[in-house]
Write a protein that binds this ligand. Structure first.
Ligand code: NDP
Length: 333
């Protein structure tokens, strides 16, 4: 068995040297526990926040301890009622090839869910984030214009597609021409902008949003958001989902002050954490599953093979290497 520990708190962009692979024994499950073999491991931007020592909605990772995150695995030994060998489960587990977990901390993944990795993406935490952030805070109405930043990522691509289902004009912002093409040609976005190559993002946005912006689903913050916020309409809603452009900054980035924009437009800006909606997860997953089944929501997974590539996959999130949900495939079923 192997596990990945955080051995230094990243300064700026995380580096492979911040992580260490350590050989550990395969643990033995006790009463009420199961042994889980990792199949897919999720790397997520929020983990960067946990690598820094500071107060947040979730405790920081501890140095020299295993990193934890979302994992889909197969039960290989069970000492718990209701979970059998061969079941596929989802849990918040260590970055390990094998974990022992209490059965009550795991969720069974439906055997009909193919591939099971979707429980970490469109039919899991990122999908739910898009669903509740857009629908509950964004309150989209047909005919409105929705801008999504980080649009070709796990959350962004679902948020944009739900906005399309609701009859909105949807404009995505992403970091490569390939992503722009994917959004407009495969996912049905009305327009998309490559923020890395545009000469004037505000001008491009203005052209893509001739009626202004009613909802801005913000995954990135920073200068991209500064530009979008100059174009909001009366009564705009701005779900603050993430601020990835700021996660690796050592000093706060003081952009233009936008409060006047909120004031004169009576706009709502609201941060949220997906776990706030836990009591409604079943509703969200049922709806998302139906949209996926009927082809109304498409998804892409960016899968890197091999446990040894986990740090690389994580760091890649901050370089925009992924289209869709970034996963590490650790083992076959
Ligand atoms: P993604 O799949 O979107 O991966 C991250 C993407 O962010 C990259 O592919 C990259 O795409 C983009 N990015 C990286 N650095 C920058 C930068 N400096 N400026 C602009 N874009 C950048 O990740 P997720 O979908 O999992 O997460 C998206 C956002 O949602 C994150 O901010 C995350 O923290 C947040 N989140 C919030 C949750 C909540 O409960 N509030 C839950 C889950 C996620 P590109 O090529 O376009 O640059």
């Amino acid at each position: 068995n192997q596990e990945i520990r955080l051995i230094s708190r990243p300064k700026g962009m995380p580096r492979e040297e911040d992580f260490q692979f350590v050989e550990v024994p395969i643990p033995e499950p006790r009463e009420g526990e199961v042994l889980v073999r990792t199949l897919y491991l999720s790397v997520d931007p929020y983990m960067r926040g946990r690598m820094t020592e500071r107060k947040s909605y979730i405790a920081p990772y501890r140095l020299n301890e295993v990193i934890t995150g979302g994992i889909v695995g197969e039960v290989v030994r069970s000492k718990a009622e209701g979970i059998a060998k061969g079941d596929v489960v989802l849990g918040e587990l260590g970055w390990r090839k094998y974990n022992v977990a209490k059965a009550k901390h795991l969720t069974k993944v439906s055997p009909h869910l193919a591939p099971a990795s979707l429980a970490l993406g469109v039919l899991g935490m990122p999908g739910l984030t898009a669903y509740f952030g857009l629908l509950d805070i964004g309150q989209p109405k047909a005919g409105e214009t929705v801008v999504v930043s980080g649009a070709a990522g796990a959350v962004g691509m679902v948020a944009g597609q739900i906005a399309k289902i609701k009859g909105c004009r949807v404009v995505g912002i992403a970091g490569s021409d390939q992503k722009v093409q994917y959004l407009t040609q495969e996912l049905g976005f009305d327009a998309a902008i490559n923020y890395k190559t545009t000469k004037d993002i505000r001008a491009d946005l203005k052209e893509a949003c001739p009626n202004g912006v009613d909802i801005y689903f913000d995954n990135v913050g920073g200068e991209i958001s500064d530009a979008v916020l100059t174009l909001i309409n009366q009564g705009a809603r701005i779900p603050i989902c993430g601020q990835i452009a700021l996660y690796n900054l050592e000093k706060p980035d003081l952009g233009p002050r936008i409060q006047t924009q909120l004031l004169i437009n009576r706009a709502l800006m609201k941060g949220f954490i997906v776990s706030d909606y836990k009591p409604r997860f079943k509703e969200g997953l049922t709806q998302l599953a139906e949209w996926v089944r009927t082809g109304k929501i498409k998804y892409t997974e960016n899968i890197i093979e091999g446990f040894e590539n986990t740090p690389k996959a994580f760091i890649g999130l901050f370089k925009g290497e992924n289209v869709g949900k970034q996963l590490v495939k650790v083992a076959d079923r």
